[in-house]
Write a protein that binds this ligand. Structure first.
Ligand SMILES: CC(C)(COP(=O)(O)OP(=O)(O)OC[C@H]1O[C@@H](n2cnc3c(N)ncnc32)[C@H](O)[C@@H]1OP(=O)(O)O)[C@@H](O)C(=O)NCCC(=O)NCCS
Length: 230
């Protein structure tokens, strides 16, 4: 394959490939749905119940983020990103059928709101970065892994995209667990400005590049992801 600089940009793709990702994506126990103004209330409640959990890692996790109005603004920003083709934010809804209960439990027409996940497109280097957060009371159920697995394939189907990346601070063990479990490769660790109080200032860059072919260390989830079983 020629070096990136030698390839036409955007990279040649078969005709008919979507310019935007689907607005609804099945992801194992979840459905991922393009964020909409109707979701702002659920997000505000969930953020409010998860502030202590989010604060170390998410610079936006301040008390105002639990206000409906600020979430409506964020949804409007997400709409602009979606329409410009540079960012695609989804709500994660657990469809398991159980009744949402307990602090941070937020009902949704499709089940229960459990977090958000976004694709952030860097056209300059044909990369899509995936970012996520999960409601504090709903962690460790495989939700972030299932959602990131599904959106890795969605990202790679976008025209002009060559690889998916997940970035997280080295101190964020929980976040690093997702790309590790999916079989992403840790490409490098680089210094970065600390943006949230839990960060060490060293960012791990995890890469999923189909051109690299299967890797020996990829776990079951990684192989499934590579095979498109999402
Ligand atoms: C990071 C986060 C999204 C993980 O969500 P999650 O749904 O709990 O993750 P999963 O259940 O899919 O976990 C996948 C793997 O990651 C690792 N992991 C997850 N949480 C962990 C924790 N608290 N401690 C250590 N490892 C953890 C484990 O290896 C886990 O697999 P296992 O449960 O089979 O051992 C969630 O903790 C969160 O919202 N954190 C705050 C926001 C944030 O840091 N976002 C990312 C910014 S880069």
């Amino acid at each position: 394959m020629p070096a990136a600089a030698e390839r036409p940009f955007p990279s040649a793709r078969p005709p008919g490939e979507p310019a935007s990702p689907p607005e609804r994506v099945a992801a194992g126990p979840l459905v991922l749905r393009r964020v909409h103004a109707d979701d702002a209330g659920a997000i505000a409640v969930a953020v409010g119940a998860s502030l202590d959990h989010l604060r170390p890692w998410m610079p936006w996790a301040i008390p105002e983020a639990a206000d409906l109005r600020s979430q409506l603004v964020r949804v409007a920003e997400a709409d602009e990103l979606w329409e410009s083709g540079t960012g695609f934010i989804y709500v994660m809804i657990a469809t398991g059928g159980g009744r949402p209960e307990g602090p941070g439990a937020v009902k949704d027409p499709d089940g229960e709101f459990v977090g958000t996940i976004g694709l952030h497109r860097r056209l300059a280097d044909e990369t899509v970065e995936i970012g996520y957060w999960i409601v504090a009371a709903r962690t460790r159920r495989g939700y972030a892994t299932a959602a990131a697995q599904a959106l890795t394939q969605v990202a790679l189907a976008l025209p002009g995209t060559r690889r998916a990346e997940i970035h997280c601070d080295e101190a964020n063990t929980a976040s690093a667990g997702i790309p590790r479990k999916l079989g992403y490769r840790l490409d490098r660790v680089e210094a970065h400005e600390r943006e949230a109080p839990g960060e060490r200032g060293r960012r791990m860059i995890w890469v999923w590049d189909p051109a690299e072919g299967p890797r020996a260390t990829g776990g079951t989830a990684g192989r499934a992801a590579r095979d498109g079983a999402r």
